[in-house]
Design a protein around this ligand. Sequence first.
Ligand code: NCD
Length: 296
Amino acid sequence: MEKLLSAGDMTPEAVEEIFQRAKTFKEKGIPKKYDSEWVLMFLEPSTRTRLSFEKALRRLGIETYLFTSEGSSMKKGETLRDTVLTLHAQGFEGVVIRTPLNGQFKEIEDIPVKVVNAGDGTNEHPTQALIDAFTLKEVFGDLKDLKVVYIGDTRFSRVFRSGLKLFKMLGAKVGIAGPRSLKLSHAEALGVDRDFESVDEALEWCDVAIFLRIQKERQSRPLITSERDYLKYFGLTKERANFLRQKGKYYMHPGPVNRNVEIASPEVYGKNSLILRQVENGVFVRAGVIDFLYQG
Ligand code: NCD
């Protein structure tokens, strides 16, 4: 495999290989293995995704070059295809790409460079799904029949779209809950096992709840009436967090968190929050993905 563009590009065996590598890297460190150069092309803001890819690549011995749309010829209208052909001609072996546009990777499918999708519009974010699944495997041991519920903006979330594919592939059950205006429509046709009317019902059902940021930047008009009401009706309040803890359930968020919107501020890193564990695992899982692209 040369490119990881969608969670659907992987087989369960490939996922297992990536997880094995990530686990070894976490236990024993990430060895310098490759003498190569990659570009980090971030055409949208990022903190943890960019830094974890950068750290993973550097630990593997790979030099990284940061590319943002500001100050690049993409500002002058150069296409992604021409940009990636240029990077290939300069001898770069791989590119990590984050773009605001859905499905833009079609343009570069045939270019012989390694590519990892770090988020394309509302479409996919496969490495975040891998991080979330790896983290849950650490906590629960096995993902088979694990009940995962995504709460909030499943309509515009690429984290959810990749997560749904990956969790289903690994035998987990996936539910969704949230305001109707932000909920994926035809969810069951897309493989969602349970579409909950109320967040409390969803929390009752799940083993783990993944809260999602409201993707305001992808919505042409406001889709919720008030952020304060959002927390009360759809967010992780203190009461809901206590409920999860009492039942031995966990909660996650891919970040960045809107405090007091998706999660009440004191609960962000509260007991049974796996948010910082997701961040910690980001480096190892992404190193696992890159190593797999070299050898898998
Ligand atoms: C996510 C993203 O960019 O899709 N963040 C991340 O990579 N951890 C989620 C988000 O922005 O809400």
